[in-house]
Design a protein around this ligand. Structure first.
Ligand SMILES: Cc1cc2nc3c(=O)[nH]c(=O)nc-3n(C[C@H](O)[C@H](O)[C@H](O)COP(=O)(O)OP(=O)(O)OC[C@H]3O[C@@H](n4cnc5c(N)ncnc54)[C@H](O)[C@@H]3O)c2cc1C
Length: 290
């Protein structure tokens, strides 16, 4: 099938994009890499009257470091993230996760912002943004606002972004504590969306877990933080992460608290099982990497 006819405008700055959104309201759609939007248009799941192309906004295409803050612009491609030495050094969770996103051709065009705004519950970036405690930067008719990544994803393909707003990017603040990450997703073939995935980031202070974020994706309508499991682990010593009783307890807690919904090929029961499998692997790997 082909997309319904639409008009097209390529903008070069955020003000232009905002003013076109104001004029055309819900008849307009922003386009970034087009890797999710174009299939939706071709299947006629969406039929906007005008596409507003963000490719001309160079300020959204940068990965920047300012003091303790790293900012990833909305139009940064998956491949830029993959090739970034800065991210490999400072936010290696992203460097590890990126190779799981589709295949090269899609990573060359698809963007950080497109993935975050699309809000696919099986996507890697929403879970990583929460695991890294990111802050979403949003521009709208009344100026700019900031939303914690953990509050941004509201439901299936539904985020906090309003129809008259533009997503600008995400900020990550580096902490002084020593941090470790673990990312794993289980999928049928490389490049497929995950059956179940876990993005996690932990911090240690004087040998004890001082912060921990365990974010599951491809389990429910949004990424899910396993907060009860996190609370049980807080304050534990590195060597405790090898303790079989603790591992059994924390995995049972995570399986109990993380909601799972079946997808086209996998049952909810299977996903619940994998929630524990991934957590045990993550904690063992973290304890060995220190
Ligand atoms: C075969 C295939 C396999 C894939 N596999 C994976 C995978 O394994 N993991 C994964 O995470 N993704 C996967 N994707 C999706 C891919 O990562 C997309 O690139 C991504 O979901 C959307 O990014 P985009 O830049 O292409 O956005 P687009 O398709 O251009 O836009 C997506 C949505 O976001 C909106 N939008 C885009 N940018 C902004 C902005 N700055 N502000 C406001 N709204 C905006 C658009 O209006 C649209 O609604 C796959 C895609 C394909 C085709």
């Amino acid at each position: 099938m082909k997309a319904a006819a639409f008009n097209y405008e390529k903008v070069t700055n955020i003000a232009q994009a905002l003013s076109l959104l104001k004029v055309h309201g819900d008849q307009a759609k922003l386009i970034a890499g087009g890797q999710s939007l174009l299939p939706a248009l071709n299947m006629r799941l969406s039929a906007p009257q005008i596409l507003i192309d963000l490719q001309g906004i160079s300020e959204l295409k940068k990965i920047e470091e300012q003091g303790q803050v790293i900012r990833i612009g909305a139009m940064v491609t998956h491949t830029q993230i993959e090739n970034s030495a800065l991210l490999l050094e400072k936010l290696p969770l992203l460097s590890q996760a990126v190779t799981h996103i589709a295949h090269r051709a899609i990573r060359n065009l698809g963007t950080w912002g497109g993935s975050i705004v699309y809000g696919d519950p099986a996507a890697e970036w929403p879970a990583c943004a929460i695991a890294l405690d990111g802050v979403m930067l949003i521009a709208g008719p009344n100026g700019q606002r900031r939303v914690a990544a953990k509050d941004f994803f509201q439901d299936l393909y539904t985020t906090d972004l309003g129809p008259d707003e533009i997503f600008l990017g995400t900020e990550f603040t580096m902490t002084a504590q020593k941090s470790f990450h673990y990312f794993e997703e289980l999928s049928r073939r490389h490049g497929d969306y995950a059956v179940t995935g876990l993005a996690s980031q932990v911090e240690f202070d004087q040998g004890s877990l001082s912060a921990i974020r365990l974010v599951y994706f491809s389990v429910a309508a949004t990424p899910v933080l396993a907060t009860k499991a996190q609370n049980l682990l807080l304050g534990k010593k590195i060597q405790d992460l090898q303790n079989k009783d603790l591992l059994a307890q924390v995995c049972a807690l995570a399986r109990d608290e993380v909601p799972t919904v079946a997808d086209i090929t996998n049952s909810a029961k299977m996903k619940t099982h994998l929630v524990g499998v991934l957590l045990e692997r993550a904690l063992k790997a973290i304890s060995l990497s220190i």
